[in-house]
Design a protein around this ligand. Structure first.
Ligand code: IPM
Ligand code: MG
Length: 369
């Protein structure tokens, strides 16, 4: 049986609670003979700051660089509101993305039929929704320099963030989007603001060129990023793959996430380029939701996004597509049976806790195995 190294970075808030449920699923796949997952656990975010004075330790970074995949929970919370900016919990996540060169962020937004009524939009708008947001993750305004607050001569302050993209950065994320569209519904919608941003002009040009030269059989359309936000809540099923830069992708993926009923449902994958010798990619998998400090420690959090993120690891890091389908199927089975955590339960209906949801998914896996 093949064995893989997983680094678990549960982080803050509900992170440790949902990460514990992933461990159950990984252990089950081991006993079922699918693959063995050796897990190590380390700190990130506020938890790492409390222990080491920074949002991720050098030791944890080493483990992350060596792991076959990193499974990340969530970071942040009011407890760390006053820590120095460079040590804020989010800095741990940004360092991982940058140092592992995880430039491609895949954020699927799938609306399970059983949950169509949990969405704030009408059932017919979201039922059967299956879109993929592809977000550039190591460039743009998140990392562009200068990035600073300076004091001017008159005592006033001036803050600068820099939106910057090179041809190469746009090309490689564009290829990720088109390659995914190939095995989906063969349509890419690229978003930018070329009407006000030079980086948007370049983005649109490069995407158009890559599309025409390398993916003539895939439909390509361009939407201004603001209009895409509007269309996502008007008629999201028009989309298949949506390609975005780092900042627009951050916003549009939250919008897309909410279409599905709950932020607690959505997994994500952050991938590097395949290694030239081994073909392996560095990868980090994390739920789209945050650390939810308001419900942390109460056993109420929905572990589905975290378990779904492990499912994405099976698919994209380990080539275990069948096992990934089994995990996705088990989640769908549990939802179809009516089991709900609080975030996706109808008002007044009974809800289960984090552990019960994890156990139900493992039980559904057993039935499918
Ligand atoms: C996300 C989050 C992060 C981001 C934060 C936690 C830095 O919102 O992954 O979408 O802005 O990228
Ligand atoms: Mg975000």
């Amino acid at each position: 049986m093949t064995s893989y190294n997983l680094l678990l970075l549960p982080g803050d808030g509900i992170g440790p609670e949902v990460a514990a449920e992933v461990k159950k699923v990984a252990d089950f796949l081991g006993t079922a003979g699918v693959a063995r997952f050796e897990t190590e656990t380390d700190l990130v975010g506020g938890a790492a700051y409390d222990a080491h004075g920074k949002a991720i330790s050098e030791d944890a970074m080493k483990l992350a660089l060596a792991a076959d995949a990193v499974l990340f929970g969530a970071v942040g919370g009011p407890k760390w509101a006053k820590v120095p900016y460079e040590h804020r919990p989010e800095a741990g996540l940004l360092r991982l993305r940058k140092d592992l060169q995880l430039f491609a962020n895949l954020r699927p937004a799938v609306c399970y039929p059983a949950l169509a009524d949990a969405s704030s939009l009408k059932r017919e708008v979201v039922e059967g929704l299956d879109i993929m947001i592809v977000r550039e993750l190591t460039g743009g305004v998140y990392f562009g320099e200068p990035k600073e607050i300076v004091t001017l001569e008159n005592g006033e302050k001036r803050a600068v963030d820099t939106q910057v993209y090179t041809t190469h950065e746009i090309e490689r994320i564009t290829r990720v989007a088109f390659d995914l569209a190939k095995v989906r519904r063969k349509k890419v919608t690229s978003t930018e603001k070329h009407n006000v941003m030079r980086s948007g002009v370049l983005w649109k040009d490069v995407v158009t060129k890559v599309g025409a030269e390398e993916y003539a059989d895939i439909e390509l359309e361009h939407h201004l990023a603001d209009a895409c936000g509007m269309q996502l809540v008007r008629w999201p099923k028009q989309y298949d793959v949506i390609l975005c830069d780092n900042l627009f992708g951050d916003m549009l993926s939250d919008v897309a996430a909410m279409l599905t009923g709950s932020l607690g449902m959505l997994p994500s994958a952050s991938l590097g380029a395949p290694d030239e010798k081994t073909g392996k990619r560095k990868a980090l998998y994390e739920p789209v939701h945050g650390s939810a400090p308001d419900i942390a420690g109460q056993g109420l959090a929905n572990p589905i996004a975290m378990i779904g993120s492990f499912g994405m690891a099976l698919r994209y890091s380990f080539g275990l597509g069948d096992a990934a389908d089994m995990v996705d199927g088990a989640i769908a089975d549990v939802l179809a049976s009516g089991i709900r955590t609080r975030d996706i339960a109808a008002k007044g209906a009974n809800a289960v806790g984090t552990k019960e949801m994890g156990d139900a998914i493992v039980a559904a896996l057993k039935k499918r195995a």
